[in-house]
Design a protein around this ligand. Structure first.
Ligand SMILES: O=C(O)CCC(=O)C(=O)O
Length: 248
């Protein structure tokens, strides 16, 4: 393991409950790295970054608006992908060298259909491929589209026919990942999940990212997008996790 990563994660232990949730349920909700008193500043930085984003980086989907590359949109966002419990979960689940594949903003607009239940990355003979994280810029509630998960579905060897029939339908086994602003969902990319309907009348903001096996193909080329000001502030650990050249 790379030295900076080892040094960082050796100082942290996941609680037994968190380990059990990651292993058995395929997801957990932990406190994120942003202190409560800084959350409103982070939310303002989120809104400003979205307003100023190049239209090429904005994707308005059927229910969410996504803005790519929050590695390069300000130092406020750096601690999210460097959160030690997240890195520890990646070591536990991916169990091989890994790198950051994506980090983007996703705003769930009100009164639109739920997302299909889906997996982000299938497992393979080597094991699990991806760990996702969703940082709650706003509180996630039952009425504002909290992400639903099917606990233990990362362990399924076959897909239940009900899911193949209507992936938008409510599932009797689903659990909503609710939490106060500042919480972080960490999940196995092979667990079935998706956002629910936002009936609150207000947008629900989140920052989402994915770590993948270091040799897996990414949908984004983050190393190619690095801005000089980002590069100048990144630690050797951050550079390593982004797949950038590091001195060692
Ligand atoms: O925004 C959410 O609640 C979930 C998003 C998601 O599952 C995805 O984009 O794959």
């Amino acid at each position: 393991m790379q030295d900076h990563l080892r040094e960082t994660i050796e100082r942290f232990e996941l609680s037994p409950a968190t380990c059990r949730e990651l292993d058995e349920d395929g997801f957990t909700i932990i406190p994120g790295p942003i202190p409560t008193e800084d959350l409103s500043q982070l939310a303002a930085a989120y809104d400003a970054a979205i307003t100023s984003a190049d239209p090429d980086d904005v994707k308005v989907g059927s229910s969410t608006t996504r803005v790519r590359d929050f590695v390069n949109r300000g130092p406020e966002f750096d601690t999210l992908y460097l959160h030690p419990p997240l890195l520890k979960a990646c070591c536990r689940i991916i169990n091989e060298p890994f790198r950051l594949s994506t980090m983007h903003a996703r705003t769930l607009r009100p009164d639109l259909p739920p997302q299909n239940l889906h997996v982000d990355f299938a497992s393979d003979r080597r094991g699990w491929t991806m760990v996702g994280f969703i940082f709650m810029v706003d509180e996630f509630r039952h009425d504002n589209g909290a992400t639903r998960f099917l606990p233990a579905s990362h362990l399924w060897s076959t897909i239940p026919t009900a899911l193949l029939g209507d992936p938008k339908a409510e599932n009797p086994g689903q659990v909503l990942a609710c939490g106060p602003a500042g919480s972080m969902i960490v999940f196995n990319g092979s667990v079935w999940h998706g956002h629910t309907v936002n009936r609150s009348g207000q947008s629900r903001r989140s920052l989402q990212g994915a770590y993948i096996r270091r040799d897996a193909e990414s949908s984004e080329n983050l190393p190619a997008r690095m801005l000089p000001e980002t590069l100048s502030r990144l630690s050797p650990l951050a550079k390593y996790l982004l797949g950038l050249p590091t001195p060692d």
